[in-house]
Write a protein that binds this ligand. Structure first.
Ligand SMILES: *Cc1c(COP(=O)(O)O)cnc(C)c1O
Length: 367
């Protein structure tokens, strides 16, 4: 059986460094906001090419805290609008709601599965304050076009980089493509901890300081609280793990790209649409998505051939019970993506032989 994501196998490839890092923390006697978090924050800021990095408890909080900080600074107010792709993972949308703002859903482009810049401007109102650029599946959103719109209308660009650690546009990495960026280190992400974790990156000093305080009870100095903050911190153990794994992130992403290129070259089946690879640096293939009108039948066929696949995602956010206010909206491209998408296994611990098996099985499918 080829598993979709073999976390046990992936984790073993970082040993013994991972266990050594964890022991170091256990023996240090310091578990929250210490030297491990400080070191990882510096390493990750440097990796992204930006000035500030603030560890958080998870990716959802990273995004939420960015917007809470913009409110404290006076750049956003309760009820302001943030434009977000309709086909994103629901966390992007929930972060906007949790920050007391209003998500405005925008259709993606069918070709990229990312927000369609041509459809953004018609959604802008006097209350629009930001565009959330989600780099879905590991592919950079169309930042050059989004920047033009943001500049014209004085909007902030908030990146949701939870699926795209290390992806690059014109030599600039995610985390440094907008005004602020939220990352997730959920175990299955390209840079994954052994538990929950997240981070905010930005070049904006005021935003960085405000976000750091909000994530720690609204406090900069112990027992002095300047904001109604939250408790959302990256812990020392996860930071130590992430420092080990960050060293191999580029190599791991390169292996994902290699696998994606093998799939693109080898899968020749008229009933399957493959993802475009037009600029390889822009995609780190957190997910390798294929599209098929008979998705369920294809998934069964692959399973019979010993290949586990997942669907990202089976129900679009606007059809979820949690987002009732959007249930009567229509987003045809989003719905088509949710109807046809199937994710093939694609991670650094896969062998060439496994990749070949996936290609053969995909090619033997008859719709
Ligand atoms: C994983 C993910 C998040 C949330 O990250 P958590 O660490 O699980 O809170 C946000 N946005 C996207 C696009 C994600 O894939």
């Amino acid at each position: 059986m080829i598993k979709y994501c073999d976390l046990k196998k992936i984790t073993e490839t970082y040993e013994p460094q991972l266990s050594e890092a964890i022991s170091r923390v256990v023996q240090s006697g310091w578990y929250i906001l210490g030297n491990e978090v400080k070191a990882f924050e510096q390493e990750f800021a440097q990796y992204c090419g930006c000035r500030y990095c603030i560890g958080t408890g998870n990716g959802l909080d990273a995004l939420t805290i960015i917007m809470l900080a913009y409110k404290e600074i006076g750049i956003m107010e309760e009820g302001d609008e943030v434009i977000v792709p309709a086909n994103t993972y629901i966390a992007s949308i929930l972060s906007i709601i949790q920050a007391g703002l209003k998500p405005v859903l925008c259709e993606p482009s069918w070709k990229s599965s990312n927000i369609d810049p041509e459809k953004i401007e018609e959604l802008i109102t006097p209350r629009t304050k930001a565009i959330m650029a989600v780099h879905l599946y590991g592919r950079c959103a169309d930042i050059p076009q989004i920047e033009k719109i943001a500049r014209k209308h004085s909007l902030k660009i908030i990146e949701d980089s939870a699926q795209a650690h290390g992806a690059m546009i014109d030599g600039r990495r995610t985390g440094n493509l907008g005004d602020a960026s939220g990352f997730s280190f959920y175990p299955g992400k390209n840079l994954g901890a052994l538990g929950d974790g997240g981070a905010i990156t930005t070049n904006d000093k005021e935003l960085a300081e405000t976000a750091r305080a909000i994530a720690n009870y609204g406090s900069q100095k112990k027992y002095v609280n300047i904001y109604k903050g939250v408790n959302s911190r990256l812990d020392e153990m996860q930071a130590a793990v992430l420092s080990v794994k960050l060293q191999r992130l580029d190599a791991d992403n390169e292996r994902r790209r290699e696998i994606a290129e093998k799939y693109n070259a080898g899968i020749k089946n008229p009933s399957i649409t493959l993802p475009l690879i037009d600029n390889r640096e822009e995609h780190v293939f957190h997910i390798y998505p294929i599209f098929c009108a008979e998705r369920e039948k294809l998934q069964q066929h692959l399973l019979k051939n010993g290949i586990e696949t997942l669907i990202h995602y089976p129900i679009p956010p606007h059809k979820q019970e949690a987002l009732k206010e959007f249930n009567n909206h229509e987003y045809p491209i989003t719905e088509r993506i949710h109807h046809e998408e199937l994710s093939l296994p694609c991670h650094q611990a896969m062998s060439d032989c496994e990749v070949e098996k996936v290609i053969e099985a995909a090619n033997s499918f008859k719709a």
